[in-house]
Design a binder for this molecule. Structure first.
Ligand SMILES: NC(=O)c1ccc[n+]([C@@H]2O[C@H](COP(=O)([O-])OP(=O)(O)OC[C@H]3O[C@@H](n4cnc5c(N)ncnc54)[C@H](OP(=O)(O)O)[C@@H]3O)[C@@H](O)[C@H]2O)c1
Length: 307
Protein backbone atom coordinates (compact mmCIF):
# COMPACT_ATOMS: atom_id res chain seq x y z
CA UNK A 1 0.00 0.00 0.00
CA UNK A 2 1.38 3.39 -1.06
CA UNK A 3 2.03 5.78 1.81
CA UNK A 4 2.51 9.53 1.88
CA UNK A 5 2.63 12.35 4.38
CA UNK A 6 -0.69 13.90 5.28
CA UNK A 7 -0.36 17.53 4.23
CA UNK A 8 2.77 19.03 5.75
CA UNK A 9 2.60 16.73 8.80
CA UNK A 10 4.91 13.89 9.79
CA UNK A 11 1.99 11.45 9.68
CA UNK A 12 2.76 8.78 7.10
CA UNK A 13 -0.64 7.53 5.99
CA UNK A 14 -1.83 4.74 3.71
CA UNK A 15 -3.37 5.95 0.46
CA UNK A 16 -6.57 4.13 1.50
CA UNK A 17 -8.04 5.00 4.89
CA UNK A 18 -10.88 3.15 6.59
CA UNK A 19 -13.95 5.30 7.26
CA UNK A 20 -15.80 4.11 10.34
CA UNK A 21 -19.14 5.88 9.77
CA UNK A 22 -20.91 2.54 9.37
CA UNK A 23 -19.27 0.76 12.35
CA UNK A 24 -22.06 1.71 14.78
CA UNK A 25 -24.22 -1.28 13.94
CA UNK A 26 -21.40 -3.82 14.17
CA UNK A 27 -20.53 -5.86 17.26
CA UNK A 28 -17.09 -5.42 18.81
CA UNK A 29 -16.11 -8.86 17.46
CA UNK A 30 -17.17 -7.83 13.95
CA UNK A 31 -15.28 -4.55 14.33
CA UNK A 32 -12.15 -6.49 15.32
CA UNK A 33 -12.37 -8.53 12.08
CA UNK A 34 -12.87 -5.33 10.04
CA UNK A 35 -9.94 -3.51 11.67
CA UNK A 36 -7.74 -6.61 11.32
CA UNK A 37 -8.57 -6.80 7.60
CA UNK A 38 -7.53 -3.16 7.26
CA UNK A 39 -4.27 -3.69 9.15
CA UNK A 40 -3.50 -6.85 7.15
CA UNK A 41 -3.96 -4.69 4.04
CA UNK A 42 -1.46 -2.14 5.37
CA UNK A 43 -4.17 0.44 6.04
CA UNK A 44 -3.00 2.49 9.03
CA UNK A 45 -5.54 5.33 8.96
CA UNK A 46 -9.03 5.38 10.52
CA UNK A 47 -11.59 8.14 10.01
CA UNK A 48 -14.34 8.95 12.52
CA UNK A 49 -16.77 11.72 13.42
CA UNK A 50 -18.55 12.35 16.69
CA UNK A 51 -21.93 12.02 14.94
CA UNK A 52 -21.35 8.57 13.38
CA UNK A 53 -24.00 6.38 14.97
CA UNK A 54 -24.47 9.17 17.54
CA UNK A 55 -21.03 8.33 18.93
CA UNK A 56 -21.48 4.55 18.81
CA UNK A 57 -18.97 4.07 15.99
CA UNK A 58 -16.23 5.56 18.17
CA UNK A 59 -17.28 3.44 21.16
CA UNK A 60 -17.18 0.16 19.21
CA UNK A 61 -13.90 1.10 17.53
CA UNK A 62 -12.26 2.11 20.83
CA UNK A 63 -13.30 -1.12 22.51
CA UNK A 64 -12.08 -3.18 19.55
CA UNK A 65 -8.67 -1.48 19.53
CA UNK A 66 -8.35 -2.07 23.28
CA UNK A 67 -9.19 -5.77 22.96
CA UNK A 68 -6.79 -6.14 20.02
CA UNK A 69 -4.02 -4.64 22.21
CA UNK A 70 -2.94 -2.40 19.36
CA UNK A 71 -0.25 0.09 20.23
CA UNK A 72 -1.85 3.53 19.85
CA UNK A 73 1.22 4.86 18.04
CA UNK A 74 0.88 2.18 15.34
CA UNK A 75 -2.37 3.64 13.97
CA UNK A 76 -3.46 7.10 12.88
CA UNK A 77 -6.87 8.22 14.08
CA UNK A 78 -8.87 11.17 12.85
CA UNK A 79 -12.25 12.38 14.06
CA UNK A 80 -14.52 15.33 13.31
CA UNK A 81 -16.73 17.71 15.20
CA UNK A 82 -18.78 20.81 14.42
CA UNK A 83 -22.21 19.32 13.81
CA UNK A 84 -24.27 19.88 16.94
CA UNK A 85 -26.95 17.22 16.85
CA UNK A 86 -28.43 18.32 20.19
CA UNK A 87 -29.61 21.69 18.92
CA UNK A 88 -29.49 20.96 15.17
CA UNK A 89 -26.84 23.51 14.19
CA UNK A 90 -23.39 23.65 12.67
CA UNK A 91 -21.24 24.85 15.56
CA UNK A 92 -17.57 25.92 15.39
CA UNK A 93 -17.73 27.75 18.75
CA UNK A 94 -14.77 27.27 21.06
CA UNK A 95 -16.98 25.73 23.72
CA UNK A 96 -18.49 23.18 21.32
CA UNK A 97 -15.13 22.16 19.82
CA UNK A 98 -13.48 21.63 23.22
CA UNK A 99 -16.43 19.70 24.64
CA UNK A 100 -16.68 17.54 21.49
CA UNK A 101 -13.02 16.50 21.61
CA UNK A 102 -13.27 15.51 25.28
CA UNK A 103 -16.29 13.36 24.47
CA UNK A 104 -14.61 11.82 21.40
CA UNK A 105 -11.53 10.83 23.42
CA UNK A 106 -13.70 9.36 26.17
CA UNK A 107 -15.66 7.24 23.67
CA UNK A 108 -12.46 6.07 21.95
CA UNK A 109 -10.79 5.39 25.35
CA UNK A 110 -7.75 7.25 24.03
CA UNK A 111 -5.85 10.32 25.17
CA UNK A 112 -5.16 11.99 21.82
CA UNK A 113 -6.35 12.32 18.22
CA UNK A 114 -3.83 12.47 15.42
CA UNK A 115 -6.13 14.71 13.40
CA UNK A 116 -9.27 16.71 14.18
CA UNK A 117 -11.44 17.99 11.31
CA UNK A 118 -14.24 20.54 11.38
CA UNK A 119 -17.04 18.57 9.76
CA UNK A 120 -19.38 20.94 7.83
CA UNK A 121 -18.88 24.70 7.40
CA UNK A 122 -20.52 26.82 10.11
CA UNK A 123 -21.90 29.99 8.48
CA UNK A 124 -21.48 31.78 11.82
CA UNK A 125 -17.83 30.79 12.28
CA UNK A 126 -15.58 33.14 14.26
CA UNK A 127 -12.06 32.14 13.17
CA UNK A 128 -10.49 33.60 16.36
CA UNK A 129 -12.62 31.26 18.47
CA UNK A 130 -11.58 28.24 16.40
CA UNK A 131 -7.96 29.35 16.78
CA UNK A 132 -8.30 29.54 20.56
CA UNK A 133 -9.89 26.11 20.74
CA UNK A 134 -7.23 24.54 18.49
CA UNK A 135 -4.42 26.10 20.56
CA UNK A 136 -5.82 24.67 23.79
CA UNK A 137 -6.19 21.24 22.18
CA UNK A 138 -2.68 21.33 20.75
CA UNK A 139 -1.04 22.58 23.95
CA UNK A 140 -2.82 19.96 26.04
CA UNK A 141 -1.66 17.20 23.67
CA UNK A 142 -5.24 16.16 22.89
CA UNK A 143 -4.93 16.82 19.14
CA UNK A 144 -1.78 16.74 17.01
CA UNK A 145 -3.02 18.16 13.69
CA UNK A 146 -6.07 19.98 12.37
CA UNK A 147 -8.04 20.13 9.16
CA UNK A 148 -11.49 20.69 7.72
CA UNK A 149 -14.11 18.92 5.68
CA UNK A 150 -16.43 20.11 2.90
CA UNK A 151 -14.88 23.59 2.83
CA UNK A 152 -13.99 25.90 -0.03
CA UNK A 153 -10.53 27.38 -0.49
CA UNK A 154 -11.66 30.80 0.77
CA UNK A 155 -13.14 29.26 3.92
CA UNK A 156 -9.78 27.67 4.62
CA UNK A 157 -8.00 31.00 4.01
CA UNK A 158 -10.39 32.70 6.42
CA UNK A 159 -9.71 30.14 9.17
CA UNK A 160 -6.01 30.08 8.45
CA UNK A 161 -5.72 33.85 9.05
CA UNK A 162 -6.34 33.15 12.77
CA UNK A 163 -5.44 29.51 13.27
CA UNK A 164 -1.73 29.13 14.11
CA UNK A 165 -1.34 25.52 12.97
CA UNK A 166 -1.39 24.78 9.28
CA UNK A 167 -4.61 23.02 8.26
CA UNK A 168 -3.48 19.78 6.63
CA UNK A 169 -6.66 18.11 5.32
CA UNK A 170 -9.88 18.94 3.50
CA UNK A 171 -12.22 15.94 3.32
CA UNK A 172 -14.56 16.20 0.31
CA UNK A 173 -16.94 13.94 -1.56
CA UNK A 174 -15.12 12.61 -4.62
CA UNK A 175 -15.66 9.55 -6.80
CA UNK A 176 -15.76 8.49 -10.43
CA UNK A 177 -19.50 9.29 -10.38
CA UNK A 178 -19.24 12.47 -8.31
CA UNK A 179 -16.35 14.50 -9.64
CA UNK A 180 -17.03 18.27 -9.50
CA UNK A 181 -13.54 18.66 -7.99
CA UNK A 182 -12.05 17.91 -11.41
CA UNK A 183 -14.99 18.64 -13.76
CA UNK A 184 -14.79 22.43 -13.54
CA UNK A 185 -11.09 22.40 -14.38
CA UNK A 186 -11.83 20.88 -17.78
CA UNK A 187 -14.71 23.30 -18.40
CA UNK A 188 -13.31 26.68 -17.39
CA UNK A 189 -15.41 29.53 -18.76
CA UNK A 190 -18.03 27.16 -20.21
CA UNK A 191 -21.67 27.95 -19.56
CA UNK A 192 -22.37 24.33 -18.62
CA UNK A 193 -23.16 22.53 -15.36
CA UNK A 194 -19.74 20.80 -15.12
CA UNK A 195 -18.17 24.25 -15.57
CA UNK A 196 -19.53 25.38 -12.21
CA UNK A 197 -16.68 25.53 -9.69
CA UNK A 198 -18.30 24.48 -6.42
CA UNK A 199 -15.17 24.58 -4.24
CA UNK A 200 -13.23 27.61 -5.51
CA UNK A 201 -10.42 25.70 -7.14
CA UNK A 202 -9.95 23.24 -4.28
CA UNK A 203 -7.75 20.74 -6.14
CA UNK A 204 -5.33 23.43 -7.29
CA UNK A 205 -5.50 25.20 -3.92
CA UNK A 206 -4.71 21.94 -2.11
CA UNK A 207 -1.74 21.24 -4.37
CA UNK A 208 -0.41 24.78 -3.98
CA UNK A 209 -0.79 24.71 -0.19
CA UNK A 210 0.20 21.11 0.59
CA UNK A 211 -3.23 20.18 1.86
CA UNK A 212 -4.32 16.56 1.48
CA UNK A 213 -7.75 16.06 0.00
CA UNK A 214 -9.50 13.02 1.44
CA UNK A 215 -12.18 11.52 -0.81
CA UNK A 216 -15.32 10.41 1.03
CA UNK A 217 -17.96 8.03 -0.41
CA UNK A 218 -15.65 6.83 -3.21
CA UNK A 219 -18.19 4.27 -4.46
CA UNK A 220 -21.26 6.50 -4.44
CA UNK A 221 -22.99 8.35 -7.25
CA UNK A 222 -24.64 11.56 -6.08
CA UNK A 223 -25.25 12.32 -2.43
CA UNK A 224 -25.79 8.75 -1.13
CA UNK A 225 -27.97 8.07 -4.19
CA UNK A 226 -26.50 4.67 -5.02
CA UNK A 227 -23.30 2.64 -4.94
CA UNK A 228 -22.36 2.54 -8.63
CA UNK A 229 -20.02 -0.48 -8.55
CA UNK A 230 -21.84 -3.66 -9.65
CA UNK A 231 -25.02 -1.62 -10.10
CA UNK A 232 -27.01 -2.32 -13.30
CA UNK A 233 -28.23 1.28 -13.33
CA UNK A 234 -24.66 2.33 -14.26
CA UNK A 235 -23.83 -0.09 -17.12
CA UNK A 236 -21.25 1.95 -19.03
CA UNK A 237 -18.98 2.70 -16.09
CA UNK A 238 -19.20 -0.92 -14.91
CA UNK A 239 -18.08 -2.21 -18.32
CA UNK A 240 -15.09 0.17 -18.20
CA UNK A 241 -14.27 -0.83 -14.61
CA UNK A 242 -14.48 -4.55 -15.50
CA UNK A 243 -12.17 -4.13 -18.49
CA UNK A 244 -9.45 -2.66 -16.29
CA UNK A 245 -10.18 -5.03 -13.40
CA UNK A 246 -9.46 -7.91 -15.81
CA UNK A 247 -6.31 -6.23 -17.11
CA UNK A 248 -4.85 -5.60 -13.64
CA UNK A 249 -6.31 -8.76 -12.08
CA UNK A 250 -8.07 -6.87 -9.30
CA UNK A 251 -11.70 -6.10 -8.39
CA UNK A 252 -13.81 -3.26 -9.83
CA UNK A 253 -13.68 -1.56 -6.40
CA UNK A 254 -9.88 -1.43 -6.62
CA UNK A 255 -10.12 0.22 -10.05
CA UNK A 256 -12.64 2.80 -8.76
CA UNK A 257 -10.14 3.71 -6.01
CA UNK A 258 -7.23 3.61 -8.48
CA UNK A 259 -9.05 6.29 -10.48
CA UNK A 260 -8.89 8.59 -7.44
CA UNK A 261 -5.36 7.48 -6.56
CA UNK A 262 -4.10 8.29 -10.08
CA UNK A 263 -4.71 12.01 -9.57
CA UNK A 264 -1.36 13.73 -8.90
CA UNK A 265 -2.77 15.68 -5.93
CA UNK A 266 -2.05 12.69 -3.62
CA UNK A 267 -5.68 12.23 -2.66
CA UNK A 268 -6.34 9.83 0.21
CA UNK A 269 -9.41 7.64 -0.36
CA UNK A 270 -11.60 7.01 2.69
CA UNK A 271 -13.52 3.80 2.04
CA UNK A 272 -16.50 2.90 4.20
CA UNK A 273 -16.77 -0.85 3.67
CA UNK A 274 -17.41 -2.93 6.77
CA UNK A 275 -16.81 -6.14 4.86
CA UNK A 276 -13.33 -7.59 5.59
CA UNK A 277 -13.12 -9.35 2.21
CA UNK A 278 -14.07 -6.19 0.32
CA UNK A 279 -11.50 -4.16 2.29
CA UNK A 280 -8.81 -6.65 1.23
CA UNK A 281 -9.98 -6.47 -2.40
CA UNK A 282 -9.95 -2.66 -2.34
CA UNK A 283 -6.39 -2.65 -0.99
CA UNK A 284 -5.21 -4.34 -4.19
CA UNK A 285 -5.29 -0.79 -5.60
CA UNK A 286 -1.53 -0.98 -4.95
CA UNK A 287 -1.25 -3.32 -7.96
CA UNK A 288 -2.81 -0.76 -10.30
CA UNK A 289 -1.16 2.09 -12.10
CA UNK A 290 -3.64 3.64 -14.51
CA UNK A 291 -2.35 5.26 -17.67
CA UNK A 292 -3.56 8.72 -18.64
CA UNK A 293 -5.78 7.13 -21.32
CA UNK A 294 -7.25 4.62 -18.85
CA UNK A 295 -8.06 7.45 -16.40
CA UNK A 296 -9.84 9.42 -19.11
CA UNK A 297 -11.62 6.32 -20.48
CA UNK A 298 -13.12 5.75 -17.01
CA UNK A 299 -14.01 9.44 -16.69
CA UNK A 300 -15.86 9.36 -20.01
CA UNK A 301 -17.57 6.05 -19.18
CA UNK A 302 -18.91 7.80 -16.08
CA UNK A 303 -20.88 10.05 -18.42
CA UNK A 304 -18.53 13.02 -18.63
CA UNK A 305 -17.94 14.72 -21.96
CA UNK A 306 -14.57 16.03 -23.08
CA UNK A 307 -14.73 18.75 -25.68
N1 LIG B 1 -16.75 14.40 5.68
C1 LIG B 1 -17.96 14.05 5.36
O1 LIG B 1 -18.88 14.88 5.25
C2 LIG B 1 -18.25 12.60 5.13
C3 LIG B 1 -19.50 12.19 4.61
C4 LIG B 1 -19.70 10.82 4.40
C5 LIG B 1 -18.70 9.90 4.69
N2 LIG B 1 -17.52 10.32 5.23
C6 LIG B 1 -16.42 9.38 5.55
O2 LIG B 1 -16.13 8.62 4.38
C7 LIG B 1 -16.23 7.22 4.68
C8 LIG B 1 -16.67 6.48 3.46
O3 LIG B 1 -18.01 6.87 3.13
P1 LIG B 1 -19.05 5.80 2.62
O4 LIG B 1 -19.14 4.70 3.60
O5 LIG B 1 -20.28 6.49 2.22
O6 LIG B 1 -18.27 5.34 1.32
P2 LIG B 1 -18.18 4.14 0.32
O7 LIG B 1 -16.92 3.43 0.61
O8 LIG B 1 -18.35 4.79 -1.01
O9 LIG B 1 -19.45 3.21 0.59
C9 LIG B 1 -19.35 2.08 1.38
C10 LIG B 1 -20.70 1.41 1.46
O10 LIG B 1 -21.08 0.91 0.19
C11 LIG B 1 -21.39 -0.48 0.33
N3 LIG B 1 -21.15 -1.23 -0.91
C12 LIG B 1 -22.06 -2.03 -1.51
N4 LIG B 1 -21.57 -2.55 -2.63
C13 LIG B 1 -20.32 -2.09 -2.76
C14 LIG B 1 -19.32 -2.29 -3.74
N5 LIG B 1 -19.49 -3.08 -4.80
N6 LIG B 1 -18.15 -1.66 -3.57
C15 LIG B 1 -17.93 -0.84 -2.51
N7 LIG B 1 -18.86 -0.62 -1.55
C16 LIG B 1 -20.05 -1.24 -1.67
C17 LIG B 1 -20.51 -0.94 1.46
O11 LIG B 1 -21.03 -2.15 1.96
P3 LIG B 1 -20.09 -3.23 2.72
O12 LIG B 1 -19.93 -2.71 4.11
O13 LIG B 1 -20.90 -4.46 2.64
O14 LIG B 1 -18.80 -3.33 1.98
C18 LIG B 1 -20.66 0.24 2.42
O15 LIG B 1 -21.92 0.16 3.09
C19 LIG B 1 -17.20 7.15 5.87
O16 LIG B 1 -17.04 5.96 6.60
C20 LIG B 1 -16.78 8.38 6.64
O17 LIG B 1 -15.63 8.05 7.40
C21 LIG B 1 -17.29 11.67 5.42
Amino acid sequence: MRKFNLGTSDLEVSTVGLGCMRMANKSVDEAIAIIQAALDSNINFFDHADIYGDGKSEIIFGEAIKRMKIDRSDIIIQSKCGINKVDGTFDFSKEHILKSVDEILERLQMDYLDVLLLHRPDALVEPEEVAEAFKILKDSGKVKYFGVSNQSSMMIDLLQRSVEDKLIVNQMQFSLMHSPLVDYGMNVNMATNPGIDRSQGMIEYARLNNITIQAWSPFYAGFFEAVFVDNDDYPEVNVALQLLADKYNVSKEAIAVAWIDRHPANIQTIVGSMNPDRIKRISKVSNVSLSRKEWYDLYKAAGNILL
